[in-house]
Design a protein around this ligand. Structure first.
Ligand code: PLP
Length: 417
C-alpha cells in the first residue's frame, strides 16, 4: 500500500469535505436508489439514531457496572423484542452487533446445550462433529458460524420455495445441533412453515431456531395491520431461539441485532466466561468484547421514538410499496416468486434475463439484488421507496426497451461483497 498516515493532522472541515466528495460515487440511497443494504425509515428517524449514537459513542456495553444506563437500555430493547415475538415469561436475550453475531451465538448456545445433555429424553451428549439442518434458502451466516465451530451444514432443498419439513426431518440425526426456519428468508421474502418445523423438532427432539433477522421487527407489525401470516415466532412452542435485526426493519443504527431464547437457562449456554488469565474474570454474552454504546443507545431511542404506532405505519407503507411494485411489474409481464407478504420480493420476466435487467438498472443508478433460483430481480423495500416506486417502474420499462434495442450488457454474478 502506498498510502501512509499523514505526518500532520488535518482540520475537520477539509476531512468532512473530502468524505462528502468520496461518498458522491456511492449509490444514491438517500434518493431511494437501492433496495438492499440500507433501510430508509426517514430523515427524522435517522436523526434520532444519529443523536443517540453520538451521545453514547464512547460508552462501552462490556461494562454494565460502569454503564448501568446501557444495561438498562439493552434490557428494555430485549424485553420489547421478546414481547413482539410472543415469548413466554422467563424468556431472555441479548443485543448483538448484527444478524451474523445473533445467529452465531444462538448456534453456540445450541451446541453447548447439546454438549451438556446427559441422556435426557433419550438424547445422548453430542459426540463428534455436530451438524445444522437448514433450508436451502437460509442465510450464509449459518455457513460462517458452522465453519467457525466446525459443524457440518446440511442445506436441504426447499419445496415450492419453502423449507421442507419432511426432507429436513430425514436429514436430522443424533449429531444434529439445530434445525432452522426463516421468517422470512432473504432470497424470496417468504416465511417458512415454522409450526410444521416445530412438529419435526418435537418429534426428533432437536433445537429449532427461527431466523427472523429481516422479519423480526417487521412481521409483528404487519400482522397487527391485518396481514395474514402463519405462526413464525415463540408462539410455536418448539421454537427455542430467534434472531431479529434492529439495524434492518428496526431502523436502528448499524451494529444492532437481538438474539432471543425461550428460557434463561438456554441463554446461559451462550455466555462465555473466562477467568484463567491475569486480567480477572471476563464475561461476554455475545461475540463482541467491547460493545458499542452508540448502537445500543440508538436502538433504544429509535424503538421509543417510533413506538408500535410508528412501526405499524412504516411497515404498512412498505407493504403498500411492495404491492404497488408487484402490480406494476406484473402488468409488464413479470412473475412474482411465491406470494410475498412482507417487505422483500423477487420477480422475473420469462423473456428477459434478470441479470441483464439488473445491469440496465445499474446504468440508471439503481443498485438492487438478484436471486439466483429462479434468476430474479430482488427488492428489500423501505418506507422511502413510496417516493420512487413510479420511477423504479419507469426505469425498468426503459431497461427492457434497451435490451430489445440490442444492448447486451449483463452482470456476471449475484454477489454481496
Ligand atoms: C441480514 C440477514 C442475516 C444476517 O444479518 P447481518 O446483520 O447482515 O449479519 C441473516 N439472516 C437473514 C434472513 C438476513 O436477512
Amino acid at each position: 500500500m502506498t498510502f501512509t498516515m499523514p505526518e500532520k493532522g488535518r482540520d475537520w472541515d477539509s476531512l468532512s469535505q473530502e468524505m462528502t466528495d468520496r461518498a458522491s460515487v456511492d449509490v444514491k440511497w438517500r434518493d431511494g436508489k437501492t433496495a438492499v443494504y440500507v433501510f430508509n425509515g426517514g430523515e427524522d428517524v435517522r436523526d434520532v439514531a444519529k443523536q443517540a449514537y453520538g451521545a453514547f459513542m464512547s460508552e462501552n456495553g462490556l461494562g454494565p457496572a460502569a454503564f448501568p444506563s446501557l444495561k438498562k437500555m439493552e434490557e428494555e430493547v430485549v424485553s420489547m423484542g421478546l414481547n413482539l415475538l410472543q415469548a413466554p415469561s422467563g424468556a431472555a436475550g441479548n443485543l448483538t452487533s448484527g444478524g451474523t453475531d445473533s445467529i452465531t451465538m444462538a448456534i453456540k448456545a445450541a451446541r453447548d446445550y447439546r454438549r451438556s445433555l446427559n441422556k435426557l429424553n433419550g438424547h445422548v451428549k453430542l459426540d463428534g462433529q455436530g451438524n445444522l439442518v437448514i433450508p436451502w434458502s437460509a442465510h450464509p451466516a449459518f455457513d460462517k458460524a458452522a465453519s467457525l465451530m466446525d459443524l457440518e451444514i446440511r442445506r436441504i432443498p426447499c419445496r415450492d420455495l419453502y423449507a421442507d419439513p419432511q426432507a429436513m426431518a430425514q436429514a436430522v440425526d443424533d449429531n444434529t445441533v439445530m434445525m432452522v426456519g426463516s421468517a422470512p428468508c432473504f432470497p424470496y421474502g417468504l416465511i417458512d412453515p415454522i409450526a410444521e418445523l416445530g412438529k419435526v423438532a418435537a418429534e426428533k427432539d432437536v433445537w429449532l431456531h427461527v431466523d427472523a433477522c429481516v422479519g423480526g421487527y417487521f412481521a409483528p407489525f404487519a400482522r397487527m395491520n391485518g396481514v395474514d401470516l402463519p405462526p413464525f415466532d415463540f408462539e410455536v412452542p418448539e421454537v427455542l431461539s430467534m434472531s431479529a435485526d434492529l439495524h434492518k426493519y428496526g431502523y436502528a443504527a448499524k451494529g444492532a441485532s437481538t438474539v432471543f431464547f425461550r428460557t434463561e437457562e438456554l441463554r446461559e449456554h451462550m455466555i462465555f466466561n473466562v477467568s484463567d488469565w491475569p486480567g480477572g474474570r471476563m464475561i461476554t454474552p455475545t461475540l463482541a468484547g467491547t460493545r458499542p454504546g452508540g448502537a445500543i443507545a440508538a436502538a433504544w431511542a429509535v424503538m421509543n421514538y417510533l413506538g408500535v404506532e410508528g412501526y405499524r405505519e412504516k411497515q404498512g407503507q412498505v407493504c403498500d410499496v411492495r404491492q404497488y411494485i408487484q402490480d406494476g411489474v406484473q402488468e409488464m409481464g413479470f412473475q412474482i416468486v411465491g406470494d410475498p407478504k412482507l417487505g422483500l420480493m423477487a420477480f422475473f420476466h420469462p423473456e428477459f434475463d434478470s441479470f441483464a435487467l439488473l445491469a440496465q438498472m445499474m446504468k440508471r443508478g439503481w443498485i438492487t439484488a438478484v436471486t439466483t433460483e429462479p434468476r430474479s430481480l430482488h427488492l428489500m423495500l423501505s418506507p422511502f421507496h413510496a417516493k420512487v416506486q413510479d420511477q423504479y417502474l419507469a426505469d425498468l420499462k426503459a431497461s427492457m426497451a434497451d435490451i430489445i434495442a440490442g444492448d447486451d450488457s449483463s452482470v456476471k454474478e449475484a454477489r454481496y461483497s
